[in-house]
Design a protein around this ligand. Structure first.
Ligand SMILES: Cc1cc2nc3c(=O)[nH]c(=O)nc-3n(C[C@H](O)[C@H](O)[C@H](O)COP(=O)(O)OP(=O)(O)OC[C@H]3O[C@@H](n4cnc5c(N)ncnc54)[C@H](O)[C@@H]3O)c2cc1C
Length: 405
């Protein structure tokens, strides 16, 4: 049911702020268990604008990437009507244009339709959806104050789920240990390009401090001639104050491997958004609140992907809340469980990013390291695995090279 604004405070068992993949997945399971659930989003149209590259590894890849999280593999198995393209190869390009490619199977989503369908399924299962409603305040972890078209409304509940992304308002009201360090939040920009000529079977990642300082640029083909082309930057690695759009325009117009394939390209849409790249928060539960998805920092720092862990985290949160409300199981179980299922991979991904942070400011060093790693190791690194050989070699090698360069 789509909920109408009502000045009276309404009560629910659980209120979920944010109808992205994390919030809607959580809402589905809670509603199916018969709980009274409110799902709130500030957007008026779910999934719009799309702030995502729409790259989702297949179920098979997820089993390999997050082997202890079987539910991730199940949840990424999206119906074919939400899949616009499939890519089989991941190509990584160094700052000096060395190319390394390996197999990585992914579905390229129609994220707007996918997000919308997740929320609609939650409604079908009995959740109430309140769109166009921005949570502006949280009192005592249980009373949410919302604004919708200038009207104010209050909702109370036993449990609140913060699924409201990297700059979660709910988290802000819990205190600073529940919010991301601003340095860890990476601004990102993306164009949807039409009329470009990229391989429709290959997702590409470009590295270099002139391309995307502290991050990478991506080309994710959605069809023969349409692609999501974007980049993320971490400000502390930027040498100038140029806006992100300048970096993206430069890549599209000047990069020797990109520009020739964008000669006839037109920008169909553009978005900017934030990606939390600092790894999971130390604490993701409180007295009666759970943090899920980007709000919890559940983004794989070695590749910037957060959809699989948002889906899985939302599902784990729902299991915990059901046990909490029926049997009094502590909410801390949520954190224990996600750590068991994908905590190691998120930690490894962050260690990989920290190694990359020492390398990436130098284009020569990045190039040498990518050559040394080659597809054999890069394919593990992108899958959040840090081979011991790479860990040890990188520490020794980076210190030696830094001495000479
Ligand atoms: C440019 C870009 C490209 C990306 N590409 C990929 C990719 O290709 N593959 C991948 O796996 N990941 C990608 N990611 C990351 C991925 O999009 C996120 O990790 C994922 O969406 C997290 O899901 P979520 O449900 O936690 O949050 P979100 O999807 O961000 O949903 C949060 C929801 O909360 C709502 N909200 C926020 N504040 C409030 C409020 N105060 N009141 C009410 N509602 C509120 C928002 O409107 C939003 O709908 C990308 C991110 C960006 C920015």
């Amino acid at each position: 049911m789509e909920l109408e604004m009502n000045k009276m405070a309404q009560h629910y068992d659980v209120t979920i702020v944010g109808a992205g993949p994390a919030g809607s997945t959580c809402a589905q399971k809670l509603a199916k268990a018969g709980l009274r659930v409110a799902l709130i989003d500030r957007r008026t149209k779910l999934g719009n604008p799309v702030q995502c590259g729409e790259f989702l590894p297949t179920s098979h890849e997820m089993l390999d990437m997050l082997p202890s999280c079987k539910r991730a593999s199940r949840l990424v198995n999206v119906p074919s009507q939400f899949i616009e393209n499939k890519t089989h190869i991941l190509r990584m390009v160094s700052p000096k244009n060395s190319e390394f490619q390996f197999s990585l199977r992914a579905n390229i989503l129609n994220r707007a339709d996918f997000d919308s369908s997740l929320a609609m399924t939650a409604i079908d299962l009995g959740a109430d959806l309140l769109l166009g409603s921005r949570v502006i305040r949280v009192d005592n972890e249980s009373r949410l104050v919302l604004k919708n078209n200038g009207e104010t409304m209050e909702i109370t509940s036993y449990v609140v789920v913060a699924a409201d992304g990297a700059t979660s308002v709910v988290a802000k009201y819990l205190g600073h240990i529940f919010t991301h360090d601003p340095n860890d939040i990476s601004p990102a920009i993306q164009f949807v390009l039409e009329g470009c000529e990229f391989d429709d079977d290959v997702t590409e990642m470009y590295f270099g401090s002139d391309i995307s300082p502290g991050g990478y640029a991506w080309i994710i083909p959605k069809s023969d001639n349409v692609a999501n082309v974007g980049l993320g930057i971490r400000r502390q690695f930027q040498r100038d104050n140029a806006p992100l759009i300048k970096y993206l325009q430069r890549m599209i117009k000047k990069h020797p491997l990109v520009a020739p394939r964008c000669k006839k390209a037109k920008i169909k849409a553009r978005v900017s958004a934030l990606i939390p790249m600092g790894g999971p928060l130390k604490k993701t539960y409180s007295k009666s609140t759970l943090l899920v998805g980007d709000a919890a920092g559940h983004v794989m720092a070695s590749n910037g992907g957060g959809i699989p862990t948002a889906l899985a985290g939302g599902d784990i949160a729902a299991d915990t809340i059901i046990s909490y409300l029926s049997e009094g199981t502590p909410l801390s179980e949520y954190e224990k469980q996600w750590r068991v299922e994908f905590g190691n991979e998120l930690d490894s991904a962050l260690r990989i990013l920290h190694i990359a942070d020492r390398v990436m400011p130098s284009e020569s060093l990045t190039d040498i390291c990518m050559r040394l790693a080659g597809p054999r190791f890069l394919k593990h690194i992108i899958r959040c695995r840090l081979p011991i050989a790479v860990d040890l070699a990188s520490k020794t090698f980076v210190s030696i090279l830094r001495y000479f360069l």
